[in-house]
Write a protein that binds this ligand. Structure first.
Ligand SMILES: Nc1nc2c(ncn2[C@@H]2O[C@H](COP(=O)(O)OP(=O)(O)OP(=O)(O)O)[C@@H](O)[C@H]2O)c(=O)[nH]1
Ligand SMILES: [Mg+2]
Length: 281
């Protein structure tokens, strides 16, 4: 497989933007993808915000394997970190977040320091749902969202009732992935722009992952008879069943690859976590 790296200019700029605006905020919400809390945690962000009060959100909880996400929450708890499971589309988890922010607001008030609303910066890698969270919080579409990475391009302050201001920031990755397994997992969930990926390689690896970790869901979704087949044979089977055949009779691997990844990312295959606390792929 070719090496994956995606670090366009706007991410470099965002790094500066986060750094400059940190002075203005009381806390940082780091949005992670509940399906892969390790790989979606950005070491660059970690370094930038290490001295700020930080709240971790495990977003897209609804798409994750809830048993595994609960285990992750315990892992964070043992480290003294509050991690909140969140569904930014439905708003599940928002109550817990509001509660934590209210407490923070009170603490700051008590110290008599605050002469402005509580300001919180939202950070995270692309496509984890930062802008969706803000919209849900604000109760209206204030921030632009999209089902692909790199949607937010500049900073945007959004006021929330209850005297809170949230700062939306564009998602950032890091200049070079030390570990290509991390890049692959980020590609699975759609945090790396598909245009720079070989989607067929990604889907092949993803089918392989499903065969090993979620065979039942794979079998059910694509009505497979035999899971002993190779990933390529499974993709051939899906092409046949869905009629993904090019003129000339060859299987349309690009189409089947895009379909499988789209179906995973939108939750159609099932609730699937990529990283478990004990062992990662
Ligand atoms: N199922 C599910 N989908 C979500 C959730 N949160 C966000 N999404 C979807 O994920 C996609 C990305 O959401 P955005 O809010 O644009 O993500 P972002 O982190 O702001 O992305 P960038 O601006 O590109 O960094 C959209 O299609 C959202 O509808 C969630 O909790 N569950
Ligand atoms: Mg955004």
């Amino acid at each position: 497989m070719e090496n994956i790296n995606w670090y366009p200019g706007h991410m470099k700029k965002t790094r500066e933007l986060i750094k400059e605006n940190l002075k203005l905020v009381d806390a940082v919400i780091e949005v992670l993808d509940a399906r892969l809390p390790i790989s979606s945690s950005n070491p660059v962000i970690d370094e930038l915000v290490k001295d700020k009060k930080r709240i971790i959100l495990l977003n897209k909880y609804d798409l994750s394997d809830s048993v595994i996400t609960e285990k992750w929450i315990q892992v964070y708890r043992k480290k003294g970190i509050t991690a909140i499971p969140m569904n930014s589309v439905s708003g599940d988890g928002l109550k817990q977040l509001v509660h934590i922010l209210d407490e923070l607001n009170e603490q700051i008030n008590e110290k008599g320091k605050r002469i402005r609303p509580l300001r919180v910066m939202i950070v995270g890698i692309p496509n984890v749902g930062k802008s969706s969270l803000i919209n849900r919080f604000a109760g209206k579409r204030s921030a632009r969202i999209g089902n692909k990475p790199g949607v937010t391009r500049g900073k945007q302050w959004i006021s929330i009732k209850g005297n809170i201001q949230l700062l939306d920031t564009p998602g950032i990755l890091w200049p070079k992935f030390e570990d290509q397994q991390t890049a692959l997992k980020l590609a699975f969930v759609g945090s790396i722009k598909d245009e720079i990926l070989n989607i067929e390689d990604i889907a092949f690896k993803f089918v392989e992952f499903l065969q090993m970790n979620y065979p039942k869901l794979l079998k059910e979704r694509y009505k497979l008879e035999d899971l002993k087949n190779t990933p390529l044979e499974i993709m051939d089977d899906v092409c046949m069943k869905r009629g993904f055949i090019r003129s000339g009779g060859k299987n349309d691997y690009e189409r089947v690859s895009k379909t499988i990844m789209d179906e995973y990312r939108s939750g159609k295959i099932g609730k699937i976590s990529i990283e478990k606390p004990e062992s990662c792929i």
